[in-house]
Design a protein. Structure first.
Length: 363
């Protein structure tokens, strides 16, 4: 075997030491000086959480101005976003703890993170299909949109499950008007619907349906009342595209379990909450808006199954008191998902490979 001259051996040894020191410095830089992009995203997330906190305070003030005091037994954080167990506007059963969990202002930070993961940038078009079952999530999306300089085009159904925006004296349109009047947000829906079974409020009381139809007509906002799923979905897509005015839609956010958005195929129940990767589409006659958007290649953000959502993204379940803006593991995710970690990994393994080459040459 050929011997390596001592001079060459010393040269290779110095090279190995230099590569080791470079890799160590690289590690320290990535660990203690994160990329500015990650810090900028965290600032946007924090700003969104602060916007949501401001909005929740405005809704509570508006509610109390009507002489309606939040019930401490169902709404211990006094947000004003928790409705009634039963009312004429109630469409289905709902989980009280899940509804309370979504009032955490850091949900707005999560929506910012998910929109960034979906590739949405300032000025891009996003569309939202929202059930009034989760008024806090609608506010979270609006807060995220404001922080990212986006205009969310929303179609909202006014019927709500238990503990949602199901108070006849303070339903979602009342909350939306409150936010507009207070100057926090001014994102009015581009269309409304009754929601519930068949998107026509079939599982609502007759007086509840009549009341909401009057409210929708008085609002002046177009409303969709179509019991055929295919035609309903087509009407929603058309309304979104018309409202976008030629702007490309970069993401669809689904809030809650609306019949029109979810569709009739059981595969929708398998979608993970958060940014969903939809690979298989059900038959067209069973598709809701979620799958129609996926077929068009539009990223889908699925805000349902709240327990799984908070576990996946590092938020608290049913917290009392509510965390301050900036609290929660979701902010750490913003830093971890930036390219810095990937660049470090690639660089580190490249250096490790060079070390192996030099070691073999020394042998």
């Amino acid at each position: 075997m050929r011997r390596v001259p001592k001079a060459d051996s010393g040269k290779y040894g110095r090279t190995i030491l230099l590569l080791f020191l470079v890799s160590l410095v690289f590690l320290l830089l990535v660990r203690f000086f994160p990329f500015r992009k990650g810090e900028a995203l965290q600032r946007q997330m924090l700003q969104a959480a602060e916007f949501m906190e401001e909005a929740v305070a405005a809704v509570k003030k508006c509610q109390m101005g009507k002489g309606l005091i939040p019930d401490r037994s169902s709404d211990p954080n006094q947000t004003g976003l928790i409705g009634l167990e039963h009312s004429p506007l109630t469409t289905s059963i709902g989980n009280l703890e899940a509804k309370r969990t979504t009032t955490n202002p850091n949900f707005a930070a999560l929506v910012v993170l998910l929109l960034k993961e979906a590739g949405v940038g300032p000025g891009d078009g996003i569309v939202v299909g929202a059930s009034s079952s989760f008024p806090a999530l609608i506010i979270a999306v609006q807060a995220a949109a404001k922080a990212l300089d986006l205009e969310p085009l929303m179609i909202c159904s006014l019927g709500a499950s238990q503990w949602g925006a199901n108070r006849p004296d303070f339903h979602w349109l009342d909350m939306q008007n409150c936010l507009s009047d207070s100057g926090v947000f001014n994102f009015l829906p581009v269309a409304l619907s009754l929601g519930g079974e068949g998107d026509t409020g079939e599982d609502m009381s007759p007086e509840g349906r009549a009341f909401l139809i009057e409210e929708m007509e008085a609002s002046g906002i177009p409303f969709i009342q179509e019991p055929d799923l295919g035609r309903n979905v087509e009407a929603r897509i058309q309304r979104f595209e018309e409202s976008a005015g030629g702007k490309k839609i970069k993401a669809f956010i689904n809030i809650g379990g609306s019949w029109a958005n979810m569709g009739l195929d059981s595969s929708v129940l398998e979608l993970k909450p958060g940014l969903s990767r939809i690979k298989q589409l059900p038959p067209r006659e069973k598709r809701g808006v979620i799958f129609e958007m996926a077929e068009r290649g539009i990223p889908v953000i699925h805000l349902l199954y709240i327990k799984g959502l908070v576990e996946r993204y590092g938020l608290s379940w049913d917290p009392v008191p509510l965390p301050d803006p900036g609290r929660g593991g979701v902010y750490q995710l913003a830093r971890e998902k930036q390219p810095g970690f990937l660049f470090f990994s690639a660089g580190y393994f490249l250096l490790a490979g060079l070390l192996l080459v030099f070691r073999n040459r020394l042998r």
